[in-house]
Design a protein around this ligand. Sequence first.
Ligand code: ATP
Ligand code: MG
Length: 365
Amino acid sequence: MKIGVFGSGQLGQMMCLEAIPLGHRFYCYSPEFSSPSEKVGAKAVVAPYDSFSEIENFLESVDVISFEFENIPKPTLELLDKQSIAAVYPPPKALIIAQDRYLEKTHFRKLGFRTAEFFHLTKGNSHLKVSIPFPWIIKTLRFGYDGKGQVKVKDNSEYENFLQTAFENEKSEYLIEEVIPFQKEISIILTRFQNGDLVCYGAVENEHKNHILDLSIFPARIPVGLNLEAIEIASKLAESLHYVGTMGVEFFLKDNKLYLNEFAPRPHNTGHYTQDCQSFSQFFLHVQAITGNSPPTDVRPKPTLMKNILGNSYKESILIANELMKDDRYRLHLYAKDEAKQGRKMGHLNFKGTLEEVNPLFHEL
Ligand code: ATP
Ligand code: MG
């Protein structure tokens, strides 16, 4: 099939690397030249995300549309939703919900899931008293990633300071959230197929550094019951969205209770371990689901670790990765980005084994 994906970053790159050997042709649409997806052979359409004429041409040239990036403008998602030229998986409505933190958390609550307390802050209601106990995290309503656009506020005087500049742009909107002093962060990576069946390997445990994912540990070291509960919540969420494809669902774990944080309507950084877990990768499963294949029924993923490689100390990290790759349990995945900037995700190293077995050098990446 001809697969057309919005976005052209590393997630599209890794989808493309699974799609081509499965006999598909892979096209990516984004405003970027020389993107990670194009560098591994995706045919690139370089155009803005709001150019309806370019998008209509793109739709004509493919059989199925998908996404590797969720911040596509809403009018474009609405266009994709109502056209009938190409199939679109996941449904654009899932992206509309995911890109607005208020819609997203309201949707979670409607389904009966526990979340942090939250308040949708706009210029119009900023005089109101917010009844959430401090401390808070205030997040921009849209377009945040890797903790960007987030501030911690510990009392009223810090909140008043925040408000002084918060609406310099009148259109700014925020979500105020109660801080959950969690013991662990976990995520569920699942793939839902067109017949409604799901493939899910269970929870993965995640550690962040400077608000950016650093390490993922599969399987998560949590009680069986909590693992099942997290799978069930993520499955219900996927069903409620009529989702098809791979998604990532993030949770906080506090006092043996799960708090749903957010979901990503695409393969997820915390699912990169699946590339080396000796079963199917999240990208393979995504491609299989959106192209109408049946789900696998026999999957045996093994313990795996994933460590992100950022631009900060890129050269040193590559030296360490090459040293570690004298051992056949390590696998390096680089995204072919041109410039190694501070905080930019450049690649990751997977280890086929457990924390007890890994070389301590792994933690120095
Ligand atoms: P990303 O792209 O990294 O997934 P994001 O910028 O969309 O993230 P979140 O995932 O909501 O934003 O927040 C990033 C991190 O900040 C979380 O993984 C968690 O460590 C911390 N965090 C966010 N919200 C809360 C909260 N309510 N209580 C405690 N910690 C939080
Ligand atoms: Mg997150």
